[in-house]
Design a protein around this ligand. Structure first.
Ligand code: PEP
Ligand code: MG
Length: 524
């Protein structure tokens, strides 16, 4: 039986199934409320200690997620209701579960992918403490197992030994979740949105996280075909690594610039600058996590990336909050957030917040080769207003004698109005095509909705026609055009994008080698 889903981290895994939803070992109730409270306190302490030990061995992003979990566990607001229920006669495990489940239900009910993804963090915290409350009698995880279930907790991911293979198959999940990000950076195959996944499975399964699917109880012919695909993927990956250190060129010898997309300044720690042509997109909204970052925090973050890149360009995008990336205290509740106050629209509506980012960017610009771009531009007037704010802040910094530089200002081409009528933007310094949003807006298919994922294809002639037109407009007007959507790192889309006239792609760091290898096979 094959179930189709969405690939969240490419690769193949063949192994025994492991049900993520197995009930944890049972808790033995105590004699008094005081003992129950002490048991819960001890279990929270134990969970915090386990997480702290994991932080020691985790890298940048993983450590950040674990520290976030520790902070939540130490927050009295989260445990308060559980201690109150113990006071009114509940055993510790029931009280803790009920308190956390009600919190989780709130997150799950959100119509925004970001908050639904955070429910997985809360489930993780819940289960860490339940586990600490119970005897450690859990079923051991077989080596190279395919973990399947509704969703997976980040700590569960981090505690798992992936060195012997294995993968993740989720009924829900999201390609935007923390776990998906970790799986991509560690090369663990993962498929989400397997909506037909129901019941309990045993035995061997085949996880195809390149196309997105899982096969249960495979026939010998299915195993054979799967192993061929897996070995072709491994060959392509192995061969791709030899391209990593070389500049990207097509078969005909045409040079293609390949830059990387990053979200956190720490993302550059694992990348050798010699393997890429700079940063084509730094998404700054992730700096706007739980609180709005101040000017100094932003300045240091941008400066770190600029100094890492040396002479190579770093394109930092001003905050693209809203849509599926809400920021508390900044974004607004909307019925249709993808079509609402998002990206530059929000920045222009909340100028006091935008000006802080502009100042940080102007100051950081002296430390490298900075370019700045605006997200979700729909009209020339929005670009002019944003550029005017840069000019105003520049004048203020100059009057104050603060070191700064005005970087070239460009725009994302991700709203169809810009791709259809680029002539209004002849004065911008560069274009960067956001194929993720351009595709969802052209096809009217939300990028975070598994049910319409089949419509969300950059290969549709309507999308390709727009990309081709923007590339031609750029050539004609001598405006550089790049593409920083996920299609740029997809080996299946790269030939089409180069044929459309693009010569500048920006890809996820894990896709760098495969992208360069795919470019080498294109005849143009
Ligand atoms: C895009 O839309 O293609 C893009 C690169 O921006 P984001 O994915 O951050 O919306
Ligand atoms: Mg976008």
């Amino acid at each position: 039986m094959r179930i189709e889903g969405i690939p969240a981290s490419p690769g193949y895994a063949e192994g025994p199934l492991f049900d993520l939803n197995q009930p944890p070992a049972s808790y033995k109730a105590k004699a008094s409320a005081a003992e129950e409270k002490a048991a819960l306190e001890a279990a929270i302490g134990k969970a915090v200690a386990r997480l702290a030990a994991l932080v020691e061995t985790a890298d940048g992003d993983a450590a950040g997620i674990l520290e976030f979990h520790i902070a939540m566990l130490e927050d009295d607001a989260l445990s308060g209701p559980a201690f109150a229920s113990i006071g009114s006669g509940q055993p510790a495990d029931v009280a803790w579960r009920a308190a956390l489940d009600s919190e989780i239900a709130g997150y799950e009910a959100s119509d925004q992918d970001y908050f639904r993804a955070r429910a997985a963090d809360l489930r993780d915290i819940r289960d860490q403490v339940v586990r600490a409350l119970s005897e450690d009698s859990e079923v051991a995880l077989p080596q190279g197992a395919i973990l399947y279930g509704e969703d997976i907790a980040p700590t569960r991911f981090l505690e798992t030994d992936w060195s012997k293979g294995g993968g993740i198959a989720l009924k829900r999940g999201s390609t935007a979740s923390h776990v998906a990000m970790l799986a991509r950076s560690r090369g663990v195959p993962m498929v989400v949105g397997l909506s037909a996944l129901a019941g309990t499975f045993t035995g061997l399964a085949l996880l195809d996280a390149e196309r997105g699917g899982i096969i249960f109880s495979p026939s010998p012919a299915e195993v054979e075909a799967f192993r061929q695909s897996a070995s072709s993927f491994a060959d392509r990956q192995g061969a791709a690594r030899t391209f990593l250190t070389e500049p990207a060129v097509t078969k005909a010898g045409t040079a293609v610039r390949v830059q990387v997309n990053i979200a956190y300044p720490s993302d550059v720690d694992g990348i050798d600058i010699a393997t890429c042509d700079g940063v084509g997109l730094m998404r700054t909204e992730f700096l706007f996590g739980k609180a709005l970052p101040d000017e100094e925090t932003q300045y240091q973050a941008y400066r770190k990336v600029l100094e890492w890149a040396g002479d190579k360009p770093v394109t930092i995008r001003t905050v693209d909050a809203g849509g599926d990336k809400p920021v508390p205290g900044f974004t607004v509740e909307e019925t249709n957030p993808f079509l609402g106050l998002r990206g530059i629209r929000l920045s222009l509506a909340r100028r006091e917040i935008f000006r802080v980012q502009i100042r940080a960017l102007l100051r950081a610009a002296v430390h490298g080769n900075l370019k700045v771009m605006f997200p979700m531009i729909a009209t020339p007037d929005e670009y002019s207003q944003a550029a005017a704010l840069f000019a105003q802040e520049q004048a203020i910094l100059a009057a104050q004698g603060v070191a700064h530089k005005l970087p070239p200002l460009g725009i994302m081409v991700e709203v169809p109005s810009v791709a259809l009528a680029p002539e209004g933007f002849s004065d911008v310094a560069f274009f960067s095509i956001g194929s993720n949003d351009l595709t969802q807006y052209v096809m009217a298919a939300a990028r975070d909705n598994a049910a319409v994922a089949h419509l969300n294809s950059v290969h549709h002639p309507a999308v390709l026609r727009l990309i081709t037109a923007v590339a031609a407009f750029g050539r004609d007007k001598r405006i550089p055009v790049s593409l920083c959507g996920d299609a740029g790192g997809d080996p299946a889309a790269i030939p089409t994008l180069l044929e459309a006239g693009l010569r500048d792609l920006s890809v996820a760091p894990a896709q760098l080698a495969m992208a360069k290898a795919a470019i080498a096979g294109v005849p143009v």
